[in-house]
Design a protein around this ligand. Structure first.
Ligand SMILES: [Zn+2]
Ligand SMILES: [Zn+2]
Length: 394
């Protein structure tokens, strides 16, 4: 008998008694089953012979107070304590006391019980994707749920990327019982009706139907002493705060997926994904079209007419100098390269600066006379002559 067999066998189920059974109840159950399966009463029947062996083995352990206690402890550790002892730490719990107890229990210290237990733990933890076994039942690995969240970013955060803290509430295994549904310190027992398979078959004439076991509702396990926190469901709500990296260049209304940041998986299953709905606040100065930023830059009439070097603000850092040529019309857009939104590949879009020619609202005397002089000097051409001409000819 291997250590694994040992821990996977549910002696209570074999005898058909609850985990809380008294010594008297155990004895009674054993006697009844022993009579039923005794080889003398079942000449040459292999199946009852096996059952008789199982019943005897179960009774050997459960009728001995010390061995029963050790067995219960070992199973509690497997049933609800697995998460608490990752990496086979259970073997070294209490300075090797656990290993010694088990070795003692299995009557095999000379073979290096500690090592075998280490293998057992290792095997359980390294079985990628599949679940730890509890009392002979394989609980299926389940992927965690996807979680939805939303975040409001400043314009600059959206353009440059940022890390935000998100508080997420998701359904998760109950922390009080580790998801077993059994009160802390107790372990669910294998359902004796379905022997842990969770399925019952029903025969209807020539047909056999498989349906979820009624006693355990398909779980394969029964909880005698339900966890008070989750009322035996094994489910709880968990609130976590996670740091989520929002990539540079997200736009208002975008929904981004952050892999593996959803609800944790169960029984070794992978975590779900997190979806974050992004809202971006407008910027008082900059706008955005795709990967380009936009800005409107006021210029004076003189700057537009004569040409100038003007300072243009950028999203982050000191303003850049933009040379606008002589005779720049109102509304012309200039491209300042590499000052836009960061793209996926790390390169950047551009800043599109549109000039807006300002008309002075108030003129000092000197400026007024200079402007009048300018008007008289340029009086030759009527800027509307073509317009009026075209309007007539149509
Ligand atoms: Zn619970
Ligand atoms: Zn069942």
């Amino acid at each position: 008998m291997s250590t694994k067999d040992y821990l996977e066998k549910d002696y209570y189920a074999v005898l058909g008694v609850p985990k809380t059974a008294t010594a008297e109840e155990i004895k009674k159950a054993y006697r009844k089953l022993a009579r039923q399966y005794h080889p003398d009463a079942n000449q040459g029947n292999k199946e009852t012979e096996e059952k008789f062996k199982d019943v005897s083995e179960a009774y050997d352990i459960l009728s001995d107070t010390k061995r029963r206690k050790e067995y219960d402890e070992a199973r509690t550790l497997f049933g609800s304590g697995l998460g608490g002892y990752p990496g086979g730490g259970g073997a070294s719990r209490g300075g090797g006391g656990f290993a010694f107890d088990l070795g003692d229990l299995f009557g095999g210290t000379q073979q290096g019980a500690g090592e075998r237990i280490g293998d057992l733990f290792g095997g359980l933890f390294n079985r990628g994707g599949t679940a730890p076994r509890t009392g002979g039942t394989t609980t299926r690995a389940r992927r965690g749920q996807d979680v939805e969240s939303e975040v409001t970013l400043s314009f600059t955060q959206a353009v440059q990327g940022t890390t935000v803290s998100l508080r997420l509430t998701s359904s998760a295994a109950c922390t009080a019982c580790g998801g077993t549904g059994a009160k802390a310190g107790t372990t669910p027992r294998v359902c004796p009706t379905c022997e842990g398979t969770g399925a019952a078959s029903r025969n209807l004439g020539n047909f056999a139907f498989s349906e979820p076991c009624r006693d355990c509702k398909g779980r394969g396990l029964l909880v005698d002493d339900p966890c008070p926190v989750c009322e035996g469901s094994g489910r709880g709500k968990s609130t976590r705060t996670i740091q989520a990296r929002i990539p540079a260049g997200v736009a208002d209304g975008q929904r981004i997926k952050i892999k593996g940041k959803g609800a944790p998986g169960e029984n070794g299953g992978p975590a779900g994904d997190l979806y974050v709905q992004v809202h971006v606040k407008p910027h008082p100065v900059f706008g955005r079209t795709g990967e380009n930023l936009t800005v409107t830059v006021p210029v004076t009439f003189a700057e537009a007419a004569l040409g100038a070097e003007i300072k243009v603000p950028i999203l982050k850092g000191l303003p850049v100098t933009l040379r606008i040529p002589e005779g720049t019309p109102n509304g012309r857009t200039f491209r300042v390269r590499g000052r836009g939104v960061t793209r996926k590949d790390g390169t950047k879009g551009d800043l599109l600066a549109t000039v807006e020619v300002l008309v002075p609202q108030h003129l000092e005397d000197k400026a007024r006379s200079a402007l009048e002089e300018f008007r008289d000097a340029t009086a030759g051409g009527d800027p509307r002559a073509d317009l009026i001409q075209q309007a007539r000819s149509e």
